[in-house]
Structure formats: structure tokens, C-alpha cells
Design a protein around this ligand. Structure first.
Ligand SMILES: C[S@@+](CC[C@H](N)C(=O)[O-])C[C@H]1O[C@@H](n2cnc3c(N)ncnc32)[C@H](O)[C@@H]1O
Length: 407
């Protein structure tokens, strides 16, 4: 028996027959280990946790699983066992730093190779959509490995997941390039004596347009785009930005909870508007007149979507609005229900990666049939590239990924 093994540390503390029943495999996220303890061993969990801390000196905290991943957010309840009582950690994977609480957002370190394999195959020119983005492992790995992507949109319904993803994005700011735009923004902020919210601002100035979208709205919210898809918006000539926004800066702090209407349709300098958006995103209700119809944007997802619309207007690329070349769907439990969305968002030639849970008897037909059926319904032609086993989910059941091309 190895001197520094879990078994050695427990010898003399727990009866031998108990030691033999201790599950030696566990998950590690940063300095937190997540263990499984059977009901029978619950009375010994503290000793098991403490022995594990002695064996793995990089660990600070031992938590145990209390049930399986559940609910729409696919989270897993975790209970404190030993070490420092904390639930949040920082974790490094494929050179990307993550901050997260593994009990409040789904996260599996076991999928790290899957993520780096996929992102190493990603073409630098692709517009990327990560549906169900969680704490951002797919999106941040993509940004790290391919920093010149033109567009990356990540959508997550769990507010905690979204919070951790945006915080981790800021943590990784060394992977983001400081552009001219960012320098002029800094100048602007200084001349107006504004606080520099570096954490929130930097990502917007990376070469990649990054949208992390969250709200009490599901992915279907993307329907929201279609309201504008063929409309024209007028950018007036008078510079409302200079005229009005400058005047409200100094009283902003007193306005914390006040709602102000900003007629975004009158802004003609989109860059300046983006600066404004970053600093005071939540403080105002936005309104816009588009072809004589008034629109109000109240919550953050509506604003993020509208901002994206404005940017596309400026680039005169409306026909390309929200089309993606590479789409990840890492929600094995339900991804196939969102295939309609994937088809609507796919540019011709797009590659889609749809995750699924499949019993060995139904592999690979279950996932492939779902793709083919949905493609027919959406009048789209597809070519299945491969359905891969990505891991074991339960006895005789796999986590798989069906990679297919939209023709
Ligand atoms: C299995 S987790 C994967 C998270 C992340 N991609 C990862 O690999 O760690 C699936 C995620 O989808 C999110 N989700 C579920 N339904 C959603 C929906 N309709 N719109 C957006 N996100 C959703 C959940 O909150 C959860 O974080």
C-alpha cells in the first residue's frame, strides 16, 4: 500500500471493510474536490474528506454530491464535507481561467479535452454560436485558442452561469487584445472623469465581437431578432450623444434606480453609443423608432440583442444578422428540442455539434434521426459528419456528440 494513498491515510481510522467501500474516483474543480458518498458511509464522510485533503495538498475543500444534475439549469446540489467551507473556486483549463461555484452552474472538468479538441479544429474565420454556454467553457476556450474570431455569441439561461462566464471573461483579459478603439475609449473615459470599469469594458474591445447573453428568456428569444430583420433604422445627424449624454454623466450616481428613456434611434455614432452602453447598461430604458414604430428595450437581453442589431445596421450586413458558421449545443438532455433554432441560425455550410444522451442500443441512430427529422421539418439539407461517444453517462448509456453540416 502506498504511504500517501487514501487507503493508507484511513487505515487505523476507519474499519477495513469500510475503507474498501470508499469510492476512490472524484471530480476536481480548482481547489475543490467533489466526492460521492453512499448512504452507508455517510457517518464516515468527515474522516474520508480529511484524508483526501492530506493526500492531495492542492485541494482546500471537499464537497459531496447530493443527487444528480437536475432542472433546467442542470445544476447539482453540493454539501460541505471537509476543509475550508467555501463553494466558489478558480480553475485553469486549457490555459483559460474560470471562476465558478460548481453547485450553482453546471461544470464538468471531464470535458476539457473535448473542448480543446473541438476548438483546435475551429477555423479562425468562423462566426461562433454557443447555445447553453453555462460558465463559459466552450466560449472562453474558443476565444483563447482562436482569438481572431469575428463573432462569438454565447447564450445561457442561468443567471449564475452568465455571471461566472462574464467574470471569467474579464479574468482572461490577457488573452484579449487592446485595440485602437479601446484606447480611444480610455481617453474618452478619462476626459469625462468616468470610472474605468475595466472588467466590463475590455471584452467589448477585443477583435472578436463577444456577446454573452442572459435573461429570464430562453433561447427562443432569438425570435426577437426577426422583428427587425428587414427594417431600416434612421441615424439622425445631430449628435445627441455629445449634447445629452455628456450632461447626464455627472448626475448618474444619483440616478441609480431612475428610468430614463434614451432615443437610441437618434444616435449616429455607434462606437460612442457602445461606450455608453457598457457603462450604464442597466440604468436606462431604451426606446427606438424603427420605420415609425416605437420599440422599448427594458431588460438586458433585449438591449444586448438590439445593440447587436444596431452594429449590424452600421455594417450594412443585415442579411447576415445572426448567422453562424459553427454552432455548439452542449445540452445533452434536451438539445434536439432546439434544433429549429440551430437551423435558423446556421449559415450555409455551418457545422453543428449537438450533444445527446444515448443508450448503447440506439447509438448512433437516435441522435442522427432527430437531426434528419428536424432538418426535413425546417426544409434544410444536412450531412451527418460523425456521431462520437464523448463519455459514459450511466451504465450502457453514453454522452455523444452528433457533428453535422448544414448544406
Ligand atoms: C449541460 S449544461 C452545459 C454548460 C456548459 N456549456 C458546459 O459545458 O459546462 C447546459 C446549460 O444549458 C442551460 N440552458 C438550459 N436550457 C436553456 C435555454 N432554453 N436557453 C439557454 N440556456 C439554457 C443550463 O442552464 C445549463 O447551464
Amino acid at each position: 500500500m502506498k504511504k500517501n494513498s487514501l487507503k493508507a491515510k484511513l487505515t487505523g481510522i476507519l474499519p477495513d471493510d469500510v475503507i474498501n467501500k470508499v469510492n476512490r474516483s472524484f471530480e476536481v474543480v480548482g481547489d475543490i474536490a467533489i466526492i460521492e458518498i453512499s448512504e452507508e458511509l455517510e457517518q464516515y464522510e468527515k474522516q474520508i474528506g480529511e484524508a483526501l485533503l492530506q493526500v492531495n495538498v492542492s485541494l482546500k475543500t471537499i464537497l459531496k454530491k447530493s443527487g444528480i444534475h437536475h432542472g433546467e439549469f442542470r445544476t447539482q446540489d453540493l454539501v460541505y464535507v471537509a476543509g475550508v467551507e467555501k463553494y466558489e473556486t478558480e480553475y485553469l483549463e486549457n490555459g483559460v481561467r474560470f471562476k465558478l461555484n460548481p453547485g450553482r452552474v453546471y461544470f464538468s472538468a471531464r470535458l476539457s479535452t473535448e473542448r480543446s479538441d473541438l476548438m483546435s479544429m475551429l477555423d479562425e474565420n468562423q462566426r461562433v454560436l454557443v447555445m447553453f454556454s453555462g460558465a463559459g467553457p466552450y466560449s472562453l476556450t474558443a476565444l483563447k485558442m482562436k482569438p481572431n474570431l469575428p463573432l462569438l455569441t454565447a447564450i445561457e439561461i442561468n443567471p449564475n452561469g452568465h455571471k461566472y462566464a462574464t467574470e471569467s471573461l474579464a479574468l482572461n483579459k490577457n488573452i484579449l487584445k487592446k485595440t485602437k478603439q479601446y484606447q480611444s475609449f480610455l481617453k474618452f473615459v478619462k476626459s469625462h472623469k468616468l470610472p474605468v470599469l475595466e472588467k466590463n469594458t475590455l471584452p467589448m474591445f477585443n477583435k472578436t465581437k463577444v456577446n454573452f447573453i442572459n435573461g429570464n428568456v430562453r433561447i427562443e428569444t432569438r425570435e426577437f431578432h426577426s422583428k427587425f430583420a428587414d427594417k431600416k433604422i434612421e441615424f439622425y445627424d445631430n449628435n445627441i450623444f455629445d449634447y445629452e449624454f455628456k450632461n447626464i454623466y455627472h448626475i448618474l450616481d444619483q440616478l441609480k434606480d431612475t428610468k430614463i428613456n434614451i432615443d437610441v434611434s437618434k444616435i449616429h455614432k455607434i462606437d460612442e453609443f457602445i461606450n455608453f452602453f457598457i457603462l450604464f447598461f442597466d440604468k436606462f430604458q431604451w426606446t427606438a423608432k424603427i420605420e415609425n414604430k416605437d420599440y422599448v428595450f427594458e431588460n438586458s437581453i433585449e438591449k444586448a440583442v438590439f445593440l447587436e442589431y444596431l452594429r449590424n445596421q452600421e455594417n450594412r450586413k443585415i442579411e447576415e444578422l445572426h448567422k453562424y458558421d459553427e454552432i455548439y449545443m452542449p445540452l445533452p438532455k434536451d438539445a434536439e428540442l432546439f434544433l429549429d433554432c440551430a437551423f435558423r441560425s446556421a449559415a450555409p455550410g455551418a457545422i453543428v455539434h449537438m450533444y445527446d444522451f444515448v443508450h448503447e442500443n440506439d447509438f448512433p441512430s437516435k441522435s442522427e434521426n432527430a437531426v434528419i427529422k428536424s432538418a426535413e421539418k425546417n426544409n434544410v439539407k444536412v450531412e451527418i459528419i460523425e456521431t462520437r461517444k464523448v463519455g459514459q453517462y450511466s451504465p450502457r448509456k453514453y454522452r455523444v456528440c452528433c457533428d453535422f453540416k448544414v448544406l
